[in-house]
Design a binder for this molecule. Structure first.
Ligand code: SF4
Length: 75
């Protein structure tokens, strides 16, 4: 299992995470920032636990994020 955490406030809506893992991220039409699909938020920090099958895609999303706001923790 992997916990994904996104510090959404600093998102610049570049779409890199969506390209890396389109089933897990999408750009919001409301504010142009990306949404971590299925996540819950606390103080604008979004987190979610997903299966290991998503690991490669999530690592790519995290590495490609230019503002480094996607964190991964293997549980
Ligand atoms: S890669 Fe980072 S900055 Fe770009 S849309 Fe995703 S979370 Fe936002």
């Amino acid at each position: 299992m992997i916990r994904i955490t996104q510090y959404r406030e600093k998102c610049i809506g570049c779409n890199a995470c969506v390209e890396a893992s389109p089933f897990r991220w999408r750009i919001s039409r409301k504010d142009g920032k990306c949404v971590l699909v299925g996540a819950k938020s606390k103080n604008n920090i979004y987190s979610l636990v997903v299966g290991d099958d998503e690991l490669q895609a999530i690592i790519k999303a995290s590495k490609n994020c230019p503002v480094n706001i996607i964190r991964i923790e293997e549980l």
